[in-house]
Design a protein around this ligand. Sequence first.
Ligand code: ADP
Ligand code: ZN
Ligand code: ZN
Length: 734
Amino acid sequence: MTFFVVNVALPVPLRRTFDYLPQAGEGIESYPSGLCVRVQFAGQLLTGVVLHTATHTDVPANKLKAILATLEPKPLLGVEELQLAQWLSEYYHHSLGAVLELFLPAMIRRGSTLAEADVRSWRKVQEPSSMLKGSKQQALWVLFARQPLWAHSQLTAQGFTLAQMQKLQGLGLIQEELKLPIPYASPAPNPALMLNAQQQQALNALSASLGRFQPFLLEGITGSGKTEVYLRLIQAALDKGLQALVLVPEIGLTPQTVRRFQARFAVPVALLHSGLNDRERLQGWRQAKEGVARILIGTRSAIFTPMPELGLIIIDEEHDGSFKQQDGLRYNARDFAMVRARSNGIPIVLGSATPALETLHNALSGKYQHLTLQQRAGGAKPPSIKLHSMQNRPMIAGFSQAILPVMRDHLERNKQVLVFLNRRGYAPLVACQSCGWLAQCRYCDARMTLHQSPSRLQCHHCDYHNPVPPCCPKCQGALVDNGQGTEKVQEALRDLFPNVPIHRVDRDSISGKQAFDRFYEEVHKGEACILVGTQMLAKGHHFPDVTLVVILDADSGLFSHDFRGLEHSAQLIEQVAGRAGREQDPGEVWIQTLYAAHPMLNLLVDSGYHALALALLAERAVQGLPPYSRMAMLGSDSTEAQLARTLLQQVRALAEQHLKITYPKHSLAPVQLLGPSPAIMERRAGRFRFQLQFFSSDRQALHKLLYVLTQFLEAQKPNAKLRWHFDIDPMDIL
Ligand code: ADP
Ligand code: ZN
Ligand code: ZN
């Protein structure tokens, strides 16, 4: 037999692949690419992905180890996934093995097999025509007479064997089923909604593109019926025998969203989100990969799920920040979805009321087809929006005095009021009245937030929290809190409106999908109440009885250090405002601000998000910022500030040298460097953070430079105290 080695990608940070010997007696044909194998690496047992085989290796014979096991006889990843992973690895300058890891469910990475995803169950299909033979069979049948569906494990737990179940199956009495994470039922008949003209126009354009690559921006104001258009488009894809993938923001995947899809289609819908356990994720992944699930709805990482008949990708609320991963491989699921759609030759729909400037830019330049929905569906009117100046106004518990009677008025008409404040906790600042001491996090350059239930001081940037001291730890003076979070607003509202239920919605009060579900049901009873919450309340929710939205503090985003600050706060304001008046009763929105003359705020309120976005794009063009240039960032962090800074200084010197040699005739290098500079919050969770920024309008030149820098960084002696990472197309400036 000829000598050969198997080249394997392993989930390690090193940007290289590894050669292994085959298992004894196995030939080359046993190792197709995409096969998952178990190997020993640096004392660990890892799941790797076979890339190719070779008859030569640089590894000395005495160092070569053999593959220990093959996870599944067939490759779990196909050529398509391998190519996409290669693209990701090059674009994000990340290890191929670590990228491939994202394409596999956690249980596979730990060495489980697909069979472990099986949740077998048995369903009664008909009554026996005569007496069953054998007491065991009769006993088994008694169970099915009582209840038509049993999990396999429930039956074995009662002492029944597979053979007995198969006997009943042979008689045509019961049938084996593979249970999906969420089983599907026959849907209710389609609501007889007539699409309005704009919806119909959008749907026509979208459906016509099935079968070829075509990106779309579906820009529709809040409540304009985008979801309805997605549902019809998915139906068109299903009718053609295609699968559909729907990505939603992390907190957008509520049981209501899921139900809306399940209620519409008579096909299995698989879900993938962070609320599932590993086994459920393996099930969802497998159902999608094997084509059993025809629709997959998931949050960002669902974009890596293999789907053999994928015919359509929809990204709902495409502007949402949760599509960008903020650690490890810092990918943007929306951008990667675009690459995947192109490689599959299928349409991709980015939907939003407040598209990201990058997306809008692509739509305006004709790269994406731009579809718009400008009216609310079903006759509801867009809310009227008012900027309410707080300058020199009497305030009560953070509310302008003029707003309280308006709230009372809506509540008396049996309507609901939504109060938005994007700050959780009780108060963002605790200080000593006598010496000025401030409660600071021990590990971050950040203040501690006062929380009341349970009572504590909590850092919102790391896990650190401690009890609230009774007095100033420095001088024993009295402590006061300043500013307000959702807890304090809730408390104030209880005093102001003692007879009105007040629901608080933030990460502290609502944990888990069920809690949100309970809240949702409560609100949908339609009784007068006040909802106080953070951005958890903003995304895509339909609260039919909310007619007044009060935005307590529109100013925090106006003067951000991040060049995307205005864009993001405008999106948030528009989304929150969009919760008002979604049914017959018209809605109104009051925005409290100290800067009622701010031109951008006025543009947003008077002319809407789209007009503001155009103005912001014009600014970006002048400043040469994304989307008019490409950006990348190299971040370093260390327990010792000097280490982190020095590394980036070295990298900068190397970058300058590379640019000078590569582009000797350029007076201005094709890549501009900025930094190294400390992050805005220099110390976080005990580590000092620095960044080096890269700007370029030449993607090739930028990536060539980053490649050179990666080589240098990889060659550095590993230092446990020092870490670095690339962030390509960063979303948050540190
Ligand atoms: P979006 O996703 O743009 O926020 P939805 O699709 O959720 O909008 O629609 C908002 C509301 O309008 C929903 O209650 C939906 O059932 C309803 N709706 C959507 N399209 C129509 C239509 N063509 N006629 C009547 N009602 C509609
Ligand atoms: Zn003090
Ligand atoms: Zn902290």
